[in-house]
Design a protein around this ligand. Structure first.
Ligand code: 6R9
Length: 703
């Protein structure tokens, strides 16, 4: 166990105190059936084979015309993949499966209310719906290849239908997470200059039918303020023929999709053959400052990358029942609910609601009933299910061969619960590290060929060569115990093409930091800066420490938030923890912890003491928190990441900034009340922050 004395700490580095975890090996039954079980695959994707190795992924697709250049580096860092190739993403995810699998479920949709029936949509039905909606978009809305269409849709099958309909026409879709506010949606409409908004009247969340259409009106108003006029709002109805919103429809602007569809019944739309380099969709990711960035993803490179990684890392076979329990409004859903699994012709399960509705056994009931054998979710969901139903999985007869975790570093303790209890000790786990900007996985073990290690994502995935640099651009060696900035040395097909409309930000944010020569057209001179801190063990496995902006500098010791949080979570009572910096006259910055408790435990000063003690033991005295706040929940994003900058704002009596992209904005005032009134009572009101300090707090953590 690392105490602070043993750790290598210097001003420029993030301190690392993790202990090494033990390996877990994949079961023989998994290896026997795995898509990638022959180690020769590592040779095929070795650096000497780059970039041609990615032909193996592109060959999983059906091309209208083959490419002549695998990778064009003539205009760095705007890489072009499979140049000269043409294809259609909708054809690849739907049409080409009809011959063999017409009557197989493409999607199985589980509504939140348990009494409502689960809906299976076959590939044939998906084909029909995608064609009809494409006809509506083309003939009624007048959109064509290259136009943008914004969706503000919840987890309903109409969302993949709308995505694939756009893809069929070569129209660029931009889905805004359903939980985002109308204003956040409006900003994204304006940025992408969409004339059409596709939304839904209402949807179920935690037992309640939420009025969603109201947000469309706000979105249109906000877009107008920003100079963008929405011409048509297409409204799907959660229950066809029944309007579930209180907001009136605007004459001439708002239309019910189910009413319009009758005009397009049985229409067939020829898939538009698109260049590999044509944009397929935008996915917005909010940075800490400035407007949200629209990550622009390509058709050929992206689809090849998600198909390849779905096959080898998710181990998807056409006959599997695969459930990625994430929202399609997050990149994970685009790549690993819709495009990857459907390109491979498997059955992809979608669930409308929250994991614990009506109780914490719900996911396992769904898995049992549908025969799910591949399960994919985020640490935040795993923590919640462990918190509310630690013994639930054992009550159900499902059997997973494979499980994924994505979105945040997973605490080893939580990993072990996932493995032992959810996976019943029989499933392999892949911890997949990547970002909205990346299209697909960057770091993960290849499940049949590499052992798992709790808390580490593993090495770079096939064809990805990561490196850790220090601030000076020197390589931080594996096994050195030092952390630094993880970068990817090479381009890959899934990398986004640019920030929509802002190519200068694309270069500045991701490439400027470690570019060796701006004149160079050699990819080796343009490492991709991911913005995450990481440490590489002697075995080559990476452990991601979180965003580099999330580091807390206490008297010159740079502490990773994830380490502080993992230490806190070793305390029996704690379900979830978040670390933030607070201005401190003595030490510059001090650590404050926010924790939530497992049910059955009540707040008390001994919980606070236990957390402080755990941090002291695992990390050192220097990291001892100034305060430990026990809160009912944390402010979270669409992917369940804690928005640390919001609680940092509260701790420092500073502005909490934009909260329109929170999944639970109502929690902010509650925590503010609780923490700030207690601070005032304790005489801990800080002095007013300087503008620089303000900026620092605002920039703490990103979505
Ligand atoms: C896919 C996704 C990206 C940031 C990324 C990193 C964190 C994602 C992780 C992980 C540790 C993992 N992250 N996966 N950290 N282990 N397996 O999450 O995209 O929402 O853009 O977030 O999430 O910090 O930089 P996005």
């Amino acid at each position: 166990m690392g105490a602070v004395e043993e750790a290598q700490v210097s001003e420029a580095q993030i301190a690392v105190h993790w202990r090494e975890e033990e390996y877990y090996y994949p079961p023989a039954t998994f290896i026997a059936q795995a898509n990638a079980a022959d180690p020769a695959i590592f040779e095929r994707f070795s650096e000497e084979q780059f970039p041609e190795c990615f032909k193996e992924y592109a060959d999983l697709l059906t091309w209208d015309r083959y490419w002549h250049t695998t990778l064009d580096t003539s205009n760095p860092p705007f890489w072009k993949w499979f140049v000269g190739g043409r294809l259609n993403a909708s054809f690849n995810c739907v049409d080409r499966h009809l011959a063999k699998s017409r009557n197989k479920a493409a999607l199985i949709w589980v509504p939140e209310p348990e009494a409502e029936e689960t809906k299976a949509i076959t590939y044939q039905e998906l084909y029909t719906q995608v064609n009809e909606f494409a006809a509506l978009l083309r003939d009624f809305c007048g959109v064509e290849a290259g136009d943008r269409v914004t969706f503000h849709l919840p987890m309903v099958p109409e969302l993949p239908v709308a995505m694939l309909a756009c893809a069929r026409l070569g129209v660029i879709h931009s889905e805004v997470f359903g939980g985002f506010s109308g204003a956040a949606c409006g900003e994204r409409i304006a940025d992408s200059e969409s004339r059409i908004l596709v939304t839904m009247d209402a949807y179920y969340r935690n037992g309640e039918l939420l009025d969603h259409k109201a947000k469309a009106d706000e979105a249109v108003d906000r877009a107008r303020e920003l100079g963008a006029e929405v011409e048509k709002v297409l409204v799907w109805r959660r229950h066809a023929g029944e309007y579930g919103s209180q907001t009136p429809m605007v004459e001439g602007r708002d239309f019910f999709v189910d009413e319009l569809m009758s005009d397009h019944r049985d229409k067939l739309i020829e898939p538009v053959s698109m260049p590999a380099e044509a944009p397929l969709f935008l996915m917005y990711t909010s940075g800490t400052t400035g407007q949200p960035k629209g990550a622009q993803h390509s058709t050929g490179g992206y689809l090849a990358y998600v198909a390849g990684t779905s096959k080898y890392y998710q181990d998807i076979h056409p006959e599997d029942t695969y459930w990625c329990f994430a929202d399609i409004g997050w990149i994970t859903g685009h790549s690993y609910i819709v495009y990857g699994p459907l390109a491979l012709g498997t059955t992809s399960v979608m669930y409308e609601g929250v994991p614990t509705y009506p109780d914490a056994g719900r996911p396992w009931r769904i898995a049992e009933r549908l025969g799910v054998n591949i399960f994919h979710t985020a640490p935040t969901t795993i923590r919640m299910l462990r918190k509310l139903g630690p013994d639930e999985p054992a009550k159900y007869r499902y059997r997973f061969k494979h499980m994924t975790t994505v979105g945040e570093p997973i605490e080893p303790d939580v990993w072990r619960w996932y493995h032992d209890v959810v996976g019943k000790g029989q499933a392999v786990i892949v911890d997949t590290w990547w970002q909205t900007e990346n299209g697909g996985f960057l770091g993960s073990t290849l499940p049949a060929l590499k052992p798992m290690k709790p808390g580490s994502c593993g090495p770079g995935v096939l064809g990805i060569y990561p490196v850790i640099y220090d601030e000076q651009g020197e390589v931080v060696e594996a096994g050195s115990g030092r952390a630094g900035n993880i970068c990817i040395r090479n381009p890959w097909p899934g990398i986004f093409q640019t920030v929509w409309g802002q190519p200068e930000r694309f270069v500045e944010i991701y490439y400027e930091k470690y570019c060796r020569d701006k004149e160079s057209t050699a990819w080796r001179d343009w490492p991709y800066f991911a913005g995450d801190g990481a440490v590489q063990a002697a075995d080559g496995y990476f452990r991601i420490l979180g965003r580099v902006d999330d580091v807390i500098n206490v008297a010159g010791h740079r502490l990773g938030t994830k380490e502080l949080e993992s230490a806190s979570i070793t305390v029996e009572e704690i379900a979830e923890a978040a670390a933030v910096p607070v201005m401190d006259e003595l030490r510059g910055r001090a650590v404050e912890m926010y924790v939530s408790l497992k049910p059955g435990f009540s707040a008390g000063s001994d919980v606070e003491k236990k957390v402080a003690k755990a941090i002291e033991t695992e990390i050192g005295k220097i990291a001892r928190p100034k305060n430990v706040w026990i809160v009912p929940d944390m402010p979270k994003t669409r992917s369940g990441k804690i928005m640390r900058r919001v609680i940092a704002g509260i701790s420092n009596f500073a502005d909490v900034g934009d909260i329109t992209t929170l999944a639970n904005p109502e929690i902010v005032d509650e925590i503010r009340q609780q923490v700030q009134s207690e601070k005032v009572a304790r005489g801990e009101t800080p002095r007013e922050l300087s503008p620089e300090e303000m900026e620092e707090i605002k920039a703490f953590g990103r979505e």
